[in-house]
Every structure is written in structure tokens, then in C-alpha cells.
Design a protein around this ligand. Structure first.
Ligand code: NAP
Length: 234
């Protein structure tokens, strides 16, 4: 077990990539704490994984400071929390684009400021391939992802000897698209899968494995790894 005796905090751990990361870290022997906003969803996830849960909102300085005060020193921190609102560039509301940056970018910034990570431990940020592969009506998400990737490289210097890396996923089948009608969601995922060299979209565990690699490879810092089923080469 690769994380025996280590403490791992997953901010955004109640769902999707964060849930898979918490599950893998627990399987590898870590003491895992998951954090997110919605207490009910968080508790369901924590019970399913048999891990500790702390309600925290990445858009609040106080909430994130309080989270890391209560967990104390940790070995690894992962941030998957995001609330994304995008739309056509000229008409998407400023409230929506500010909300996107507030959660995804400033949320990760707050976590990086507040977390007390042991020397040699790791912080992993989760960005997204729109940073370098723009799609229509997603400028704010691409910009947030690009900013996160730059931030992770800066923090590899500023937080050393803590190691800081980013994983940039392609399309992963998680509850992030739960608001879409199910038939439309399945149709969209099937079309994306058919266009990818690997012939499928990702699952949370595909990204969790990369995050585990960042935690356990002591030479990894300042890295950005794109795990996208080949989307960037098609
Ligand atoms: N899925 C994809 O295709 C894909 C592709 C590229 C990049 N990504 C990125 O990967 C990350 C994880 O995505 P996912 O697919 O795993 O999403 P997800 O299943 O929707 O999970 C998002 C998690 O973030 C938490 N969260 C949202 N806003 C929060 C806030 N303000 N404070 C604390 N927790 C908050 C949610 O908990 P609550 O319900 O409690 O808010 C949930 O635990 C995101 O940054 C996303 O942009 C995903």
C-alpha cells in the first residue's frame, strides 16, 4: 500500500474525480478526509468510502482556513472542487464568469494558502484540457484551467519543498453533467468516445491514478499532465 500512514485531504471529494481519488487513496492505506459544500452529499460519500468528512466551501476564505486548521498537518492535498458556468462570450453574465473563477481558480488559491503540507508532500490541482484546446462558449472555463496550470508551476517554486502538480483531464464521465437530460448526455458522451483514439471517455479512476502518481513520485513537481484519451492529438 503506497500511502500507508499518510493523511490525504480531497477538496471536492464527494463526487466524480475527487470521489475516485479519495477511494484510491483509502485503498492505498491513507487516512482520507473529504471536503465539499453540500453536507448531505458529502456525508453519503463519506459513509460509502468510510472516510472523514468536513463541510467546506472553496469560495470562502474563512471556510477553507477553518478546514485546514481542523485537519492539521497533512501529506497530500488534492483540489477538484469547481462550479462552472459558461456560455457565449458576448452574453454570458459577469456573475456567472466571476463565480467560475471564484470557485475553480480562487478556490485552489485559497486551499494552497491555507493547507499545511509536510515537506516532500504534494498538492495536486485539477485543471482541464480546455486550457489548451478551446471549445466554443467555454472561454471562462479555458481561462480558469489555464490560470490553474500556471499557478501550479509557480507554486512548485513558492511552496517547495512541497511538490505541486496539475492534472488536466479530457472528458470524464462524472456527475458534473448531471443537469443535462440523460439521453442528451449519453449521446454526447458516445459521440466524444467515438472520436477519441481510445474509443471511450474517461472515468474518475483514470485521473485518480495520475493524482496517486503525483503523490508518490517524489521527483514530480511543476508538472502538468494531460489525460484525455488522445483528445489533444486528434
Ligand atoms: N468531468 C470532466 O469531464 C472534467 C473535464 C475536465 C476537467 N474537469 C475538472 O475536474 C474537476 C472535478 O470535476 P468532476 O467531474 O469530478 O465534478 P463533480 O463530479 O461535479 O464534482 C465536483 C466536486 O466539487 C465540489 N464543489 C463544487 N463547488 C464547491 C465549492 N464551492 N466548495 C467546495 N466544494 C465544491 C462538489 O461538491 P458539492 O456538491 O458539495 O458542491 C463535488 O464534490 C473540476 O475542476 C472540473 O472542472 C472535469
Amino acid at each position: 500500500m503506497q500511502l500507508q500512514g499518510q493523511k490525504v485531504v480531497v477538496v471536492g471529494g464527494s463526487s466524480g474525480i475527487g470521489f475516485s481519488t479519495a477511494e484510491l487513496a483509502k485503498r492505498e492505506g491513507a487516512e482520507v478526509i473529504i471536503a465539499s459544500r453540500n453536507a448531505e452529499r458529502l456525508n453519503v460519500a463519506a459513509n460509502a468510502l468510510s472516510v472523514k468528512a468536513i463541510v467546506a466551501d472553496v469560495t470562502s476564505d474563512d471556510s477553507i482556513e477553518s478546514l485546514f486548521r481542523s485537519v492539521g498537518e497533512v501529506d497530500h492535498v488534492v483540489v477538484t472542487a469547481a462550479q462552472l458556468k459558461s456560455g457565449p462570450f458576448k452574453t454570458v453574465s459577469m456573475d456567472d464568469v466571476r463565480l467560475t473563477m471564484e470557485g475553480k481558480f480562487w478556490g485552489a488559491w485559497r486551499v494552497a494558502r491555507s493547507a499545511n503540507i509536510k515537506p516532500g508532500g504534494s498538492l495536486t490541482l485539477v485543471s482541464g484540457f480546455l486550457s489548451i484546446r478551446p471549445r466554443p462558449n467555454s472561454a471562462i472555463v479555458g481561462a480558469a484551467n489555464g490560470a490553474l496550470e500556471s499557478l501550479s508551476r509557480s507554486l512548485a517554486i513558492d511552496l517547495a519543498p512541497v511538490r505541486v502538480n496539475a492534472v488536466s483531464p479530457g472528458i470524464i464521465d462524472t456527475p458534473i453533467r448531471a443537469a443535462m437530460p440523460e439521453a442528451a448526455r449519453q449521446d454526447m458522451l458516445a459521440k466524444i468516445a467515438a472520436a477519441l483514439p481510445v474509443g471511450r471517455v474517461g472515468v474518475g479512476d483514470d485521473i485518480a491514478r495520475q493524482i496517486l502518481a503525483f503523490m508518490t513520485i517524489g521527483f514530480a513537481t511543476g508538472a502538468i499532465v494531460y489525460i484525455d484519451g488522445g483528445a489533444l492529438v486528434t
